[in-house]
Every structure is written in structure tokens, then in C-alpha cells.
Design a protein around this ligand. Structure first.
Ligand code: F3S
Length: 106
């Protein structure tokens, strides 16, 4: 599967959802997740993300391994998103800010 990681938090550009052939993205208040049971590892979303937040499961950045479980958990709770919506208002300011996990809204 592919996994949405920390840099999506408070950015949520949603370009990724438009290219997903299996509608695997689910939307929360300030983050998106990929349903690991739907993802077919097509990799199309990786290049679409303007902030580089999406990684293959086996290539998750060190320290962010917990996002695999977070994606699996929240995909069961959040609705599917298939159409791009405006990014978060302060998306540019949050790009690259470290340790955003405590800011994740559920
Ligand atoms: Fe997040 Fe990037 Fe998609 S910021 S919503 S993973 S395009």
C-alpha cells in the first residue's frame, strides 16, 4: 500500500485524490489517508502531492512508520474523497514543518 504521512497535515492539497483509480483516499478535517485494503500501488498519487507526503509502505521516512496504522484506522472512519477541494488556508506555511502529528484532527 501507499501511505499519507505527516507533511499532509494542515496542507491537504487533495491533488492526490484525482488520480486514484480505486478511490482509496478518505478525508478528515486537516489530513487525508489511503485505505490500505483499496490501494493497488499504482504510485500515481506520489508525484501529484505538492508537498511530497505520500510514500510506499516500505519507504516511509524514519520516525513516521506509525502513519501506516493511522491510515488504516482513519480510512475506516472518514468518508471517501474523489474530487479536489481547496487546500487548507495556511497550507504553504505548514509545508515542511516538523512534528505535526499532534495537530492531526480526527
Ligand atoms: Fe495531502 Fe498531498 Fe494529498 S498534501 S491531501 S497527500 S496532495
Amino acid at each position: 500500500t501507499h501511505v499519507v504521512t505527516e507533511n499532509c497535515i494542515n496542507c491537504k492539497h487533495t491533488d492526490c485524490v484525482e488520480v486514484c483509480p480505486v478511490d482509496a483516499f478518505h478525508e478528515g478535517p486537516n489530513f487525508l489517508v489511503i485505505n490500505p485494503d483499496e490501494c493497488i500501488d499504482c504510485t500515481l498519487c506520489v508525484e501529484e502531492c505538492p508537498v511530497g507526503a505520500i510514500y510506499p509502505e516500505l519507504d516511509i521516512p524514519a520516525g513516521q512508520e506509525g502513519f501506516l496504522a493511522i491510515n488504516a484506522e482513519l480510512a475506516l472512519e472518514w468518508p471517501v474523497i474523489t474530487t479536489k477541494v481547496p487546500a487548507m488556508e495556511e497550507a504553504e506555511r505548514w509545508d515542511g514543518v516538523p512534528d505535526k502529528l499532534p495537530l492531526l484532527k480526527r
